[in-house]
Each structure stands twice: as structure tokens, then as C-alpha cells.
Design a protein around this ligand. Structure first.
Ligand code: 5AD
Ligand code: SF4
Length: 452
């Protein structure tokens, strides 16, 4: 029964910003709330509790959240607003000072206590971040949104110190989950119908170095791929320095491991890579790509690139264009450098003027668009296995992903979201291909599932 102002009592909605790890964390937030008797609202207007799971990697991501918060009526006391995720870990109580509509700021470490925080917040706003270096969601319930595919974190936090990046400060030091916990989660997901699992971490390749006894990502990947019933194992994000031949060998030997690497390069200039503290240079990166392509047949490689890092000259930027041209990435996420308070790069001189950054960004995007469509062109006429992930922006299409993570759009009438199909690729656009379904390998019954 809804109340007079249209709000459903004990209902919640989660708005998730940022990376796949946040999307997965939101499954846990839903799990905790549903275990405590809350149910998901159909839309923001009906929700009694609105949770913003935030990102602060770039200023633009934060601005979106501030914009959303300022759109909420401050005199509407019947709603409760909570903020978690990277902005919460980074700004803590300051969020409540800047945006008085916020009732709760919580961290992953305090997620288990969320129902209690909700009760207590009726008497005044609360900030409870717990200990970010300890936070793990191993024993926290979760609601899996899709049946056929699932995300499984292998580690939390990051031990690298890329000079532009705020993640290590907000997500804490790297903590690997035990191989047993990961494998039993994967087995249980597969037991309930999952056929695709994506292993997640800020730097998955350094997995296990903090465990006693030490574990390695290569061994973990082999074990996960060996779980009976699993068809597609993906993982992200890789760090070039930690992408060992052992990992590539597992990719080459285990047909369940998908032929995809997300391998951020960030820049093609050695000077900039050094200032970024990436721990690898241009040649090392190119050599890793060469080795990976040599070992893994049909490998698809995506990357992240930042333009306009402090001190980046036209010559440095040309080195990036040159690398993008030489490597031929199948796709790339490109970002304009965003200054993040508290990171070493924020103290660096020679900030690149905004208009120069935008102009370089446009040039890079134009080059990458050509590379992306060349890569998609290689799919033309081929039969590909696709996981149907969701509706496309154009409502009459759904988004299918190849094993290499390339996007193939399918007519919505031909395939259901959350099914595994084989399609023939018939057309190629700038960012996606289009195809027609030839066979449904695995159809899914709709519904949400609890796990853990
Ligand atoms: N400015 C712009 N992009 C950034 N990234 C991380 N920090 C920043 C920043 N300060 C990008 C990197 C990273 C991706 C997740 O976000 O390319 O790989
Ligand atoms: Fe940030 Fe570098 Fe860690 Fe990635 S590897 S999360 S860019 S510090």
C-alpha cells in the first residue's frame, strides 16, 4: 500500500555510478536491505530510501552525484537519502555538510550495519565508514540481477600508486579473497544457472600476493575455468606489469577463458608514463601485447587512455596517437585528465589548458573510432556467441557481447535479455555491429536471485 505522497513504505532504490565493482557492490547493498525486509521500489518517486553508490575517479563523476543530490527536495523528510562508495570513503562527513538532504554516509565496511544506521538516522544524520583497509563483502548477502552472468570480486583495493589515481586512497590497500571463498561462490553461482563469470579487481593480476600461503591469479583463473558447467570466464582489470606469461598460458589452454584483455596503457609517452608512476614503459607494453596476441588466438584488447596529464606536450600526445595506431586496440575508454585532490599529480605543475585537452581528446577519439570499426569489421559475416546483457539505448535493440567483449546489437524481438545466443554479424557501425540470431544456446527465465 503506498502512502499519500506516493512513497512505498520500506522500499529502496539504488543509483549506481562508476565501475563494474560498484555495480557489484550494489548487489550486496540490495541483499542487505532485502534481508532486513525492504523491497525494491519501481522508481525514485516511490522509494522511501534512495542510495547513491558513488564514484570519484574523475570530477565529472562526482558532479553527477552532487547534481542528483541537489535535485532532492530538502523539506521532504519522508525520504531517507544515503551515500556510499568512493565519494563516501573520500569525503565522509563533509558530504552531509555540503548536502543536508543526506541522512547517512556509509562505507563498505559498515554495509552490514545499514539497517541499524537507517533506524538511527531518524534521530539525526550519521556518517559510519568503518575501516576501509578491512572491508570485504565475503559474508554479506547479495541479490544477483542476472541469472546467466555474474561478477565475482577477487580482490578489493589497490597497492599501486598511479600518480593521478584516487582509488588506492578511497578503496584501501589490496586485500585478496581466499581462493576457497571465490571458488565456492563461483560453484554456487553456476549451480544456480550462471554460465558467465567476470572476476573483478582493480588489478586482478596481482591477486594473491597478500595471502599466506601466496596464491596467483593464473592458478585462480585455471580453477575458476575448471568449474563444471562454466562457459565464459572474463576478468578485469589487468595491469601490464603484472600480466605474466602464466596468465596468458591459462588463457590459451582453457577454452572457458574468454579471449579478452582489458589492459590500460594510459599514455604512449615514456616521459608521461614515468610521471604517472605506472611501472612500465611503452616498449614493455607493446611487448606484452605482442606476446599476448601470439599466445591467445583471436585476442581482443581494450584499453584506458588519459589525455592531458600535467606536463603532456604535443610530442608526448603524438606518442600516444602513434601507439594507438601501432597497437590497434579493439576498443578504448578515453578520459580527459581530471585533477584529484590528495594525489601526487594534483601537485604537479604545467597543467594542460582545458581547450588543449579537449582538442587532443577529439583527435584521439577520431583515431580510435577508425580502429574500433576496423576491429568490428573483422566480425562481419561471422557467427559469434553473444551474452545478451540489456536493452540498447534504441529500445528496439538489445545489446549482445561477444567473448571478446565487443558489442553486437540484435533486434529486441529476436533475443531476450539474459540469454546466450549465436548470431551472425551482418553490419558494422562505429561502435557496434549488428546481427541476427541463429540459435539460442541458453534462454533465461526472468527473476532475481539471492546468493550468499
Ligand atoms: N583523470 C582521468 N582519468 C582517470 N582515470 C583514473 N584516474 C583518473 C584521473 N584522475 C582513468 C584511468 C583508469 C580508469 C578507470 O579511469 O584511465 O584506468
Ligand atoms: Fe588506480 Fe593505478 Fe590502481 Fe588502476 S592500478 S586503480 S589506475 S592506482
Amino acid at each position: 500500500m503506498s502512502s499519500q505522497n506516493g512513497i512505498e513504505p520500506n522500499s529502496y532504490i539504488i543509483r549506481t555510478f562508476g565501475c563494474q565493482m560498484n555495480v557489484h557492490d550494489s548487489e550486496h547493498i540490495a541483499g542487505v536491505l532485502e534481508e532486513a525486509g525492504y523491497s525494491r521500489a519501481a522508481n525514485v518517486g516511490e522509494a522511501e530510501i534512495i542510495i547513491f553508490n558513488t564514484c570519484c575517479v574523475r570530477e565529472s563523476a562526482e558532479d553527477k552525484v552532487w547534481g542528483n543530490l541537489s535535485a532532492i527536495q530538502s523539506d521532504d523528510t519522508s525520504r531517507l537519502v544515503a551515500v556510499c562508495g568512493c565519494m563516501a570513503e573520500s569525503h565522509g562527513h563533509k558530504i552531509i555538510e555540503r548536502s543536508p538532504v543526506v541522512d547517512i554516509v556509509f562505507g563498505l565496511d559498515s554495509l552490514k550495519r545499514l539497517p541499524e544506521l537507517i533506524r538511527r538516522s531518524r534521530n539525526g544524520s550519521i556518517c559510519d565508514l568503518g575501516d576501509r583497509d578491512r572491508a570485504s563483502l565475503d559474508a554479506v548477502p547479495s541479490i544477483q540481477v542476472r541469472r546467466l552472468r555474474a561478477w565475482v570480486p577477487v580482490s578489493y583495493g589497490c597497492d599501486n600508486r598511479c600518480s593521478y589515481c584516487v582509488v588506492p586512497y578511497v578503496r584501501g590497500k589490496e586485500r585478496s579473497r581466499s581462493p576457497e571463498a571465490i571458488l565456492s561462490e563461483v560453484e554456487s553461482l553456476v549451480g544456480r544457472g550462471a554460465v558467465e563469470v567476470t572476476l573483478l579487481g582493480q588489478n586482478v593480476n596481482s591477486y594473491g600476493r597478500d595471502l599466506c600461503p601466496r596464491a596467483s591469479f593464473a592458478e585462480l583463473l585455471r580453477s575458476v575455468a575448471s568449474v563444471p558447467g562454466i562457459r565464459r570466464v572474463k576478468y578485469e582489470t589487468s595491469h601490464p606489469r603484472d600480466l605474466t606469461d602464466d596468465i596468458l598460458t591459462v588463457m590459451a589452454e582453457m577454452p572457458q577463458v574468454c579471449e579478452h584483455l582489458h589492459l590500460p596503457v594510459q599514455s604512449g609517452s615514456d616521459r608521461v608514463l614515468e610521471a604517472m608512476n605506472r611501472g612500465h614503459d611503452r616498449l614493455f607494453y607493446i611487448d606484452r601485447v605482442r606476446k599476448a596476441r601470439e599466445m591467445v588466438k583471436d585476442l581482443v584488447i581494450s584499453t584506458d587512455i588519459i589525455v592531458g596529464f600535467p606536463g603532456e606536450t604535443e610530442a608526448d600526445f603524438s606518442d600516444t596517437l602513434d601507439l594507438v595506431d601501432a597497437v590497434g586496440f579493439d576498443s578504448a575508454f578515453m578520459f580527459i585528465y581530471s585533477r584529484r585532490e590528495g594525489t601526487p599529480a594534483a601537485e604537479m605543475a604545467d597543467e594542460v589548458p582545458a581547450e588543449v585537452k579537449s582538442e587532443r581528446f577529439m583527435r584521439l577519439s577520431r583515431l580510435q573510432d577508425i580502429k574500433t570499426s576496423q576491429s568490428l569489421g573483422r566480425l562481419l559475416g561471422r557467427s559469434v556467441e553473444l551474452m545478451v546483457e540489456g536493452s540498447a539505448r534504441r529500445g528496439d535493440y538489445v545489446v549482445g557481447r561477444t567473448r571478446g567483449n565487443q558489442v553486437v546489437l540484435l533486434p529486441a524481438g529476436e533475443a531476450h535479455v539474459d540469454s546466450l545466443v549465436v548470431a551472425e554479424v551482418q553490419k558494422v557501425g562505429r561502435h557496434a555491429a549488428r546481427g541476427e540470431v541463429r540459435e539460442v544456446l541458453q534462454a533465461c527465465c526472468p527473476g532475481r536471485l539471492s546468493k550468499g
